[in-house]
Design a protein around this ligand. Sequence first.
Ligand SMILES: NC(=O)c1ccc[n+]([C@@H]2O[C@H](COP(=O)([O-])OP(=O)(O)OC[C@H]3O[C@@H](n4cnc5c(N)ncnc54)[C@H](OP(=O)(O)O)[C@@H]3O)[C@@H](O)[C@H]2O)c1
Length: 329
Amino acid sequence: MTEKMAEPRAEVVCVTGGSGYIGSWLVRLLLDRGYTVNATVKDLKDEKETKHLEALEGAESRLRLFQIDLLDYDSIVAAITGASGVFHLASPCTVDQVHDPESELLAPAIKGTNNVLTAAKELGVKRVVVTSSVSAIVPSPSWPSDVPKSEDCWTDEGYCKQKELWYPLSKTLAEKAAWEFSKEKGLDIVVVNPGTVMGPILPPTINASMQMILLLIQAGCTQTYENFFMGSVHVKDVALAHILVYENTSATGRHMCVESISHYGDFAAKVAELYPEYNIPRLPKDTQPGLMRSKNGSKKLMDLGLEITSLEQIIRDSVESLKSKGFLS
Ligand SMILES: NC(=O)c1ccc[n+]([C@@H]2O[C@H](COP(=O)([O-])OP(=O)(O)OC[C@H]3O[C@@H](n4cnc5c(N)ncnc54)[C@H](OP(=O)(O)O)[C@@H]3O)[C@@H](O)[C@H]2O)c1
């Protein structure tokens, strides 16, 4: 047992999407805090989903893995049975072109959320932390340009449909479904809205947000999206934010989780400054014209005690992890 490992406690919690990038960090921190964790994976036979979790400290005695499909209610019930809290992270996370938005993104995100919340309610779970996204906050083109975006701001569904932005639409509709369920059925939920999550990678595979920084470094990708903003955030901060809003019963509503609200150009310039050996393209200062920068995006979480990792550290931890995992030379 390492120094950081807490005494085992009786409480069981369930993490859906436990095999994923953020999920793995959350499982690790929960085990460190002494929880017993039911973590879900999509395929128990796939070692790429299970091995890194089974190797975590405390896993041998306090981690149980469950195979679920978000559209299969019974598989979810099995994973949540016995848990007093649920962290619902599982959701298809891609910004790539999809062929069938309904089956690939919208149904698992929305119906999956409803299935998880229904099971949680049926099984008497006391609190569910729902992982939404800054993608449920932007794009929001009608938001006044002289006011920083905040938890009060919601993604414009019509704009997403018109521009075929299916991932933000899936996150927005899933979060709205969660709030509706909570209101109608009286289930205690709290929401975390992370920005672009980066930092050390625990699974052997690379997720969508780490691909973004890899693409910037390897291919000089300068694609920016109008009406979005860059809200870099350290993966460990995101995992910790989930635990903070779970453990603090005073935490309510949505919680934006970002190092800052910034422009993509700010991020690219910082990567170029820290790693001059990579050929990072120079971008105009304002890559998201009309967007107000802010350092207070995560105020609600900071008030709960979250210390936000600096952008410099986020980038360093990401690049070093990409190198050590062999994604970057
Ligand atoms: N990464 C970011 O920058 C970011 C920012 C804001 C919000 N989020 C949200 O955070 C959550 C986790 O994202 P991540 O970055 O950790 O992505 P990830 O590594 O792709 O993890 C997603 C997890 O969901 C599981 N999953 C997906 N579809 C499923 C299905 N139909 N049935 C069962 N499980 C399914 C995945 O299983 P497999 O591994 O087997 O596919 C994986 O464990 C998502 O809700 C995402 O929208 C991410």
